[in-house]
Design a protein around this ligand. Structure first.
Ligand SMILES: *Cc1c(COP(=O)(O)O)cnc(C)c1O
Length: 357
């Protein structure tokens, strides 16, 4: 059997959820969209059910998967509905629904609903992706109430630059939100992982942690709080071939790495078809037989090469951690000029094995 696999530590997931709640002092929706950032939405939801105040996903397809697996907790659709004909299913399954655009508001006004909806009314406070314009926000709130089709409204917005601790952007967004929601008496939800971890003064009745649940930091520069996270996923495989090369020999496609001295090289069953980033360059950290080493040459579809020269105890069959509790996903992401969000979401083909159930 091919030795590539992703170990998912559900105990660590619960720890990180608890941490999000503790540092925010708020209710927390566990964001498990995109198959829980590659960790498996159903298994993650099952592990958190009973503990979590609810879940958040990107679309009704993801939400229905949770209900089909028996998850009864509240589930928020972060982009609401894409077409008005999703409304009956939203009602039937008690999903909570973001309203980010006037067309969604109009669709609710025109719909015949058998029960009232819970709406999270989204403001564009400066990111300029989705969300109502501040000048339309009060009016949208009043129209939802007047429609008689809404039981509860939560006010929400989303930060564009909360991972940049030296930017004033988040404070500006809070100011826009505060002004736009003046006089509306409703619960508020503003904070994603970076704002939850990096902006302790932002108040929010509900927080929406995603990345931090999986134990990865959203910050480029390490922050003290990172040490309290427990990485959930360990992506590992084994050395399937060992080569001794003299100086001057190329390794892999494109001869992107050429030995400068005699070297011992391990070939690992892991490649970009598993979601390991193809753009990870020579020098990207890996753990071989418990020791830090480095990637060499180009990542292939099914294999990659690592340096065994200084890891005497490593050889055929040695375990290699690509990321996990020793090699942080954020380190690998930085080396590959991407973000841990993307390397988690890209995971595919490798079997996921769960522990800490
Ligand atoms: C994905 C998402 C989140 C979670 O963000 P993280 O940075 O992963 O914590 C929160 N809110 C919204 C609206 C999202 O789309």
């Amino acid at each position: 059997m091919r030795p590539a696999r992703a170990l998912i530590d559900l105990q660590a997931l619960r720890h990180n959820y608890q941490l999000a709640r503790e540092i925010s002092g708020a209710k927390a929706l566990a964001v498990i969209k995109a198959d829980a950032y590659g960790h498996g939405a159903v298994r993650c939801a099952q592990a958190l059910e009973g503990q979590a105040d609810g879940f958040a996903v990107a679309c009704i397809e993801e939400a229905l998967e949770l209900r089909a697996a028996g998850i009864r907790a509240p589930v928020l659709l972060l982009e609401g509905f894409f077409e008005a004909d999703e409304l009956p299913l939203i009602i039937e399954h008690d999903f909570w629904c973001v309203v980010h655009s006037l067309w969604q508001l109009e669709a609710i006004e025109q719909a015949t609903l058998s029960k009232p909806l819970t709406v999270w009314l989204k403001l564009d406070s400066g990111m300029h992706r989705v969300g109502l314009h501040p000048k339309d926000y009060h009016d949208a709130y009043q129209r939802l109430l007047a429609s008689g089709k809404v039981a509860k409204i939560v006010l929400m917005s989303h930060f564009a630059r909360a991972d940049e601790l030296d930017s004033t952007s988040s404070e500006e967004q809070v100011a826009v939100f505060t002004a736009a929601s003046q006089g509306l008496s409703a619960q508020v939800s503003l904070r994603n992982s970076p704002s939850l971890m990096g902006w302790p003064n932002v108040s929010s009745d509900w927080v929406r942690p995603g990345l931090m649940l999986y134990g990865a930091t959203p910050f480029g520069e390490g922050q003290a709080i990172d040490a309290r996270l427990q990485p959930v996923m360990t992506l590992e495989s084994k050395v399937i071939c060992v080569r001794e090369l003299p100086a001057g020999e190329p390794v892999g496609y494109g001869a992107r790495f050429v030995t400068q001295k005699p070297m011992r090289i391990g070939v690992v069953a892991m490649g970009y078809a598993d979601g390991y980033p193809r753009h990870a360059p020579t020098g990207t950290p890996v753990l071989v037989a418990g020791q830090r080493s480095q990637l060499l040459g180009r990542v292939s579809m099914d294999m990659l090469c690592v340096d065994l020269t200084d890891v005497a105890e490593a050889g055929l069959g040695s375990t290699v951690e690509l990321w996990g509790k020793n090699i942080l996903a954020s380190e690998v992401a930085a080396a590959a000029d991407t973000i841990p969000y993307q390397i988690f979401c890209n995971l595919r083909r490798v079997p996921r094995l769960y522990c800490g159930v």
